[in-house]
Design a protein around this ligand. Sequence first.
Ligand code: TMP
Length: 219
Amino acid sequence: MPYGKFITFEGPEGSGKSTHIRLLATFLREQGIRVTLTREPGGTPLGEAIRGLLQHNGSGEAPVGRAEVLLFLASRAQHVERLIRPALEAGNWVLCDRFDDSTLAYQGYGRGFDLNELLAVNHFAVGGLKPDLTVLLDVTPETSRARLATRHSLTASAPDRIECEAEDFHIRLRNGFLNLARREPDRFVVLATEREQDEVAAEIRSAVIQRLTEPADAC
Ligand code: TMP
Protein backbone atom coordinates (compact mmCIF):
# COMPACT_ATOMS: atom_id res chain seq x y z
CA MET A 1 0.00 0.00 0.00
CA PRO A 2 1.66 3.32 -1.04
CA TYR A 3 1.88 6.03 1.60
CA GLY A 4 -0.79 8.74 1.45
CA LYS A 5 0.11 12.41 0.96
CA PHE A 6 0.21 14.88 3.80
CA ILE A 7 -1.19 18.35 2.98
CA THR A 8 -1.34 21.16 5.53
CA PHE A 9 -3.32 24.40 5.33
CA GLU A 10 -1.87 27.47 7.04
CA GLY A 11 -2.63 31.15 7.34
CA PRO A 12 -3.95 33.83 9.67
CA GLU A 13 -7.47 33.58 11.09
CA GLY A 14 -10.13 34.47 8.55
CA SER A 15 -8.03 33.29 5.59
CA GLY A 16 -10.62 30.67 4.59
CA LYS A 17 -8.68 27.55 5.65
CA SER A 18 -11.64 25.56 6.88
CA THR A 19 -13.70 26.27 3.74
CA HIS A 20 -10.87 25.44 1.35
CA ILE A 21 -9.76 22.32 3.19
CA ARG A 22 -13.31 20.96 2.96
CA LEU A 23 -13.57 21.83 -0.75
CA LEU A 24 -10.27 20.05 -1.45
CA ALA A 25 -11.39 17.00 0.57
CA THR A 26 -14.57 16.78 -1.54
CA PHE A 27 -12.58 17.08 -4.76
CA LEU A 28 -10.07 14.39 -3.74
CA ARG A 29 -12.84 12.01 -2.63
CA GLU A 30 -14.47 12.48 -6.04
CA GLN A 31 -11.19 11.25 -7.56
CA GLY A 32 -11.45 8.07 -5.45
CA ILE A 33 -8.82 9.14 -2.91
CA ARG A 34 -9.44 8.26 0.75
CA VAL A 35 -9.11 11.45 2.80
CA THR A 36 -8.60 12.04 6.52
CA LEU A 37 -9.57 15.59 7.46
CA THR A 38 -8.18 16.89 10.73
CA ARG A 39 -6.99 20.01 12.57
CA GLU A 40 -4.56 21.42 15.11
CA PRO A 41 -4.66 21.89 17.95
CA GLY A 42 -6.95 18.88 18.13
CA GLY A 43 -7.55 15.83 15.97
CA THR A 44 -7.57 13.38 18.91
CA PRO A 45 -9.52 13.43 22.21
CA LEU A 46 -6.40 14.62 24.04
CA GLY A 47 -5.67 17.22 21.36
CA GLU A 48 -9.23 18.56 21.48
CA ALA A 49 -8.98 18.86 25.28
CA ILE A 50 -5.72 20.81 24.85
CA ARG A 51 -7.48 23.04 22.29
CA GLY A 52 -10.04 23.95 24.97
CA LEU A 53 -7.25 24.78 27.41
CA LEU A 54 -5.42 26.93 24.88
CA GLN A 55 -8.20 28.88 23.24
CA HIS A 56 -10.45 29.88 26.07
CA ASN A 57 -8.29 29.53 29.18
CA GLY A 58 -10.07 26.25 29.92
CA SER A 59 -8.00 25.79 33.08
CA GLY A 60 -8.91 29.26 34.38
CA GLU A 61 -5.26 30.30 33.99
CA ALA A 62 -3.63 31.63 30.80
CA PRO A 63 -0.55 29.55 29.87
CA VAL A 64 2.80 31.34 29.94
CA GLY A 65 4.52 31.49 26.53
CA ARG A 66 6.66 28.36 26.99
CA ALA A 67 3.71 26.37 28.33
CA GLU A 68 1.70 27.49 25.31
CA VAL A 69 4.40 26.16 22.95
CA LEU A 70 4.54 22.84 24.78
CA LEU A 71 0.77 22.44 24.84
CA PHE A 72 0.59 22.92 21.05
CA LEU A 73 3.41 20.39 20.70
CA ALA A 74 1.79 17.89 23.07
CA SER A 75 -1.35 18.04 20.96
CA ARG A 76 0.78 17.57 17.80
CA ALA A 77 2.78 14.62 19.17
CA GLN A 78 -0.44 12.77 20.05
CA HIS A 79 -1.98 13.70 16.71
CA VAL A 80 0.98 12.45 14.64
CA GLU A 81 1.34 9.16 16.46
CA ARG A 82 -2.34 8.31 16.93
CA LEU A 83 -3.94 9.69 13.78
CA ILE A 84 -1.71 11.19 11.08
CA ARG A 85 0.96 8.50 10.66
CA PRO A 86 -1.49 5.57 10.85
CA ALA A 87 -3.71 7.26 8.23
CA LEU A 88 -0.75 7.91 5.88
CA GLU A 89 0.47 4.35 6.36
CA ALA A 90 -3.01 3.08 5.42
CA GLY A 91 -2.73 5.06 2.16
CA ASN A 92 -5.08 7.90 3.12
CA TRP A 93 -4.33 11.45 2.17
CA VAL A 94 -4.29 13.59 5.32
CA LEU A 95 -5.51 17.19 5.09
CA CYS A 96 -4.62 19.08 8.25
CA ASP A 97 -5.89 22.54 9.24
CA ARG A 98 -2.64 23.98 10.71
CA PHE A 99 0.55 22.11 11.63
CA ASP A 100 4.14 23.01 12.52
CA ASP A 101 4.29 26.24 10.48
CA SER A 102 1.63 27.69 12.79
CA THR A 103 3.98 27.20 15.75
CA LEU A 104 6.78 28.99 13.88
CA ALA A 105 4.47 31.82 12.80
CA TYR A 106 2.49 32.35 16.03
CA GLN A 107 4.96 31.41 18.76
CA GLY A 108 8.09 32.31 16.72
CA TYR A 109 7.31 35.43 14.68
CA GLY A 110 4.31 36.38 16.83
CA ARG A 111 5.54 35.80 20.38
CA GLY A 112 9.27 36.08 19.65
CA PHE A 113 10.53 32.60 20.54
CA ASP A 114 13.73 31.54 18.76
CA LEU A 115 12.87 29.77 15.48
CA ASN A 116 15.71 27.24 15.77
CA GLU A 117 14.62 26.23 19.27
CA LEU A 118 11.05 25.84 18.04
CA LEU A 119 12.23 23.74 15.07
CA ALA A 120 14.14 21.45 17.45
CA VAL A 121 11.27 20.84 19.87
CA ASN A 122 8.85 20.45 17.00
CA HIS A 123 11.12 17.86 15.40
CA PHE A 124 11.03 15.94 18.69
CA ALA A 125 7.21 16.14 18.81
CA VAL A 126 6.61 14.91 15.24
CA GLY A 127 9.53 12.49 14.88
CA GLY A 128 10.64 14.20 11.67
CA LEU A 129 7.29 14.13 9.80
CA LYS A 130 7.04 16.93 7.19
CA PRO A 131 4.08 17.91 5.02
CA ASP A 132 4.35 17.01 1.31
CA LEU A 133 2.57 20.26 0.46
CA THR A 134 1.57 23.31 2.49
CA VAL A 135 -1.14 25.64 1.21
CA LEU A 136 -0.62 29.10 2.70
CA LEU A 137 -3.77 31.21 2.44
CA ASP A 138 -2.71 34.81 2.74
CA VAL A 139 -4.94 37.61 4.01
CA THR A 140 -4.22 41.14 5.26
CA PRO A 141 -4.75 41.81 8.98
CA GLU A 142 -7.56 44.27 8.06
CA THR A 143 -9.53 41.70 6.06
CA SER A 144 -8.82 39.03 8.65
CA ARG A 145 -10.26 41.28 11.38
CA ALA A 146 -13.35 42.13 9.33
CA ARG A 147 -14.03 38.45 8.47
CA LEU A 148 -13.65 37.42 12.13
CA ALA A 149 -16.03 40.16 13.28
CA THR A 150 -18.64 38.89 10.78
CA ARG A 151 -18.10 35.28 11.90
CA HIS A 152 -18.45 36.16 15.59
CA SER A 153 -21.61 38.16 15.01
CA LEU A 154 -23.18 35.38 12.87
CA THR A 155 -22.32 32.65 15.37
CA ALA A 156 -22.70 34.76 18.53
CA SER A 157 -19.19 33.63 19.54
CA ALA A 158 -16.42 35.55 21.28
CA PRO A 159 -12.86 36.05 19.95
CA ASP A 160 -10.40 33.55 21.41
CA ARG A 161 -7.22 34.35 23.37
CA ILE A 162 -4.95 34.60 20.31
CA GLU A 163 -7.46 36.52 18.17
CA CYS A 164 -7.40 39.17 20.93
CA GLU A 165 -3.66 39.84 20.42
CA ALA A 166 -2.69 43.39 19.38
CA GLU A 167 -2.49 44.52 15.76
CA ASP A 168 1.32 44.28 15.56
CA PHE A 169 1.17 40.57 16.56
CA HIS A 170 -1.08 39.91 13.56
CA ILE A 171 1.22 41.88 11.23
CA ARG A 172 4.28 39.88 12.41
CA LEU A 173 2.30 36.67 12.06
CA ARG A 174 1.30 37.32 8.46
CA ASN A 175 4.84 38.35 7.49
CA GLY A 176 6.16 35.31 9.36
CA PHE A 177 4.04 32.92 7.29
CA LEU A 178 5.22 34.63 4.09
CA ASN A 179 8.87 34.32 5.21
CA LEU A 180 8.43 30.62 5.96
CA ALA A 181 7.00 30.13 2.47
CA ARG A 182 9.93 31.98 0.86
CA ARG A 183 12.36 29.66 2.66
CA GLU A 184 10.72 26.49 1.26
CA PRO A 185 9.20 27.28 -2.13
CA ASP A 186 9.05 23.59 -3.13
CA ARG A 187 6.79 22.74 -0.21
CA PHE A 188 4.58 25.86 -0.10
CA VAL A 189 1.98 27.24 -2.43
CA VAL A 190 0.94 30.79 -1.44
CA LEU A 191 -2.46 32.09 -2.51
CA ALA A 192 -4.03 35.50 -1.93
CA THR A 193 -7.59 35.06 -0.67
CA GLU A 194 -9.09 38.51 -1.13
CA ARG A 195 -10.86 37.42 -4.33
CA GLU A 196 -13.48 34.93 -5.51
CA GLN A 197 -13.55 31.73 -3.46
CA ASP A 198 -13.95 29.54 -6.61
CA GLU A 199 -10.78 30.99 -8.11
CA VAL A 200 -8.77 30.18 -4.97
CA ALA A 201 -10.24 26.67 -4.78
CA ALA A 202 -9.33 26.00 -8.44
CA GLU A 203 -5.73 27.11 -7.82
CA ILE A 204 -5.48 24.81 -4.79
CA ARG A 205 -6.71 21.87 -6.88
CA SER A 206 -4.24 22.57 -9.66
CA ALA A 207 -1.32 22.92 -7.20
CA VAL A 208 -2.24 19.56 -5.68
CA ILE A 209 -2.52 17.89 -9.08
CA GLN A 210 0.75 19.37 -10.36
CA ARG A 211 2.81 18.70 -7.27
CA LEU A 212 1.40 15.51 -5.80
CA THR A 213 0.02 13.31 -8.53
CA GLU A 214 2.03 11.14 -10.90
CA PRO A 215 2.28 12.44 -14.46
CA ALA A 216 -0.23 10.60 -16.68
CA ASP A 217 1.30 7.63 -18.50
CA ALA A 218 2.81 8.72 -21.77
CA CYS A 219 0.96 7.11 -24.68
P1 TMP B 1 -7.92 27.89 14.34
O1 TMP B 1 -7.16 26.78 13.69
O2 TMP B 1 -9.33 27.59 14.55
O3 TMP B 1 -7.65 29.20 13.67
O4 TMP B 1 -7.41 28.05 15.87
C1 TMP B 1 -6.19 27.68 16.32
C2 TMP B 1 -5.54 28.84 17.03
O5 TMP B 1 -4.33 28.36 17.62
C3 TMP B 1 -5.15 29.97 16.09
O6 TMP B 1 -5.24 31.20 16.77
C4 TMP B 1 -3.69 29.68 15.81
C5 TMP B 1 -3.21 29.08 17.10
N1 TMP B 1 -2.07 28.16 16.97
C6 TMP B 1 -0.84 28.53 17.48
O7 TMP B 1 -0.70 29.63 18.03
N2 TMP B 1 0.21 27.68 17.37
C7 TMP B 1 0.10 26.43 16.79
O8 TMP B 1 1.07 25.67 16.70
C8 TMP B 1 -1.21 26.06 16.26
C9 TMP B 1 -1.38 24.71 15.63
C10 TMP B 1 -2.25 26.95 16.37
